[in-house]
Design a protein around this ligand. Structure first.
Ligand SMILES: [Mg+2]
Length: 284
């Protein structure tokens, strides 16, 4: 049975700032519809309680921007599986290093540029003849067909800056071979809710660690709750105080070596709401 850790005190009742770091696809968002409707009332309560909600997703900044506006979230967010951290100017009351400005955000870059990743993947493909296709090889219509995203969202999903999304449809041996070649070329890979992400050394954990250190500087003592559903969430869950896995759309929870993980009662957003009600002192 899903259960909060024994003796877990509800965060928010203590003298510290609760921070939620959350995956999107299959966690905060419904796996099939990509809707954030189910979590909206709880998010409103969290905002009321001044709980920062940090998106930490393989989605691009433009995709995440839509949900931030829908839910009225102003906190920093992690894009493309940790490729970069986007921050609204003025959010931190101190100066910090960032690399450039995009879409009105200050961007801390952690990953290799997308073009470089595509170039290396192209070399692997032409040398090996392996069957590998990424979002960069597809138009919005094809991405829409395989993801269920509408055309406009699919277009935003393909405008990537730090990570390529690979769709691998082969035998386990073929897929293992491709992933091996990716590692040999000095790139890193991870498996998300639907596809594989290939990046240049960044991951959700590295970005989470850096962002939590900035949040600590802003808020003092913080208690971080991380919520995810897939393999690519594990580095993020390893960095937070309270790691939570929601049930996967395919049933059950991801197998993980993390000993302190809380298995939320419910698939995706339903489990997300369950976890917040269980762990945070807000009126929901
Ligand atoms: Mg996910």
């Amino acid at each position: 049975m899903p259960k909060a850790s024994p003796g877990a005190k509800k965060a928010g009742s203590e003298d510290c700032r609760v921070v939620i770091v959350t995956d999107l696809d299959g966690s905060l968002l419904d796996y099939n519809t990509y809707s954030c409707e189910e979590v909206a009332p709880v998010v409103a309560e969290l905002k009321q309680a001044a709980v920062p909600i940090i998106f930490c997703s393989s989605k691009t900044w433009a995709e995440q921007d839509i949900y931030r506006h829908q839910l009225g979230i102003k906190d920093p967010f992690i894009v493309e599986d940790g490729g970069a951290i986007f921050v609204e100017p003025g959010y931190f009351p101190f100066s910090y290093d960032y690399h450039r400005e995009v879409g009105g955000y200050q961007v801390i870059e952690l990953g290799k540029p997308y073009k470089e990743i595509r170039r290396i993947l192209g070399q692997i493909k032409s040398k090996s003849g392996l069957n590998m296709r990424g979002f960069g090889d597809m138009d919005a219509a094809e991405i829409s067909r395989i993801t269920g995203l509408d055309l406009e969202s699919a277009e935003l999903a393909r405008r990537r800056s730090y990570e390529e999304t690979l769709v691998l449809n082969g035998s386990d041996t073929e897929i293992r071979t491709i992933l091996g070649r990716i590692e040999e070329a000095g790139l890193t890979w991870s498996r998300g809710t639907r596809f594989y992400g290939v990046g240049g050394g960044s991951n959700k954990g590295r970005a989470t660690r850096l962002l939590l250190s900035l949040l600590h500087k802003k808020f003092g003592i913080i208690k971080s709750i991380g919520i995810g559903d897939s393999f690519n969430d594990l580095p993020m869950l390893a960095e937070v105080d309270v790691p939570v896995l929601v049930e996967k759309a395919t049933g059950g929870w991801l197998k993980t070596p993390l000993h302190n993980v809380i298995r939320a009662d419910g698939v995706g957003p339903r489990g997300w709401v369950w976890a917040v009600k269980e762990l945070v002192s807000v009126q929901v």
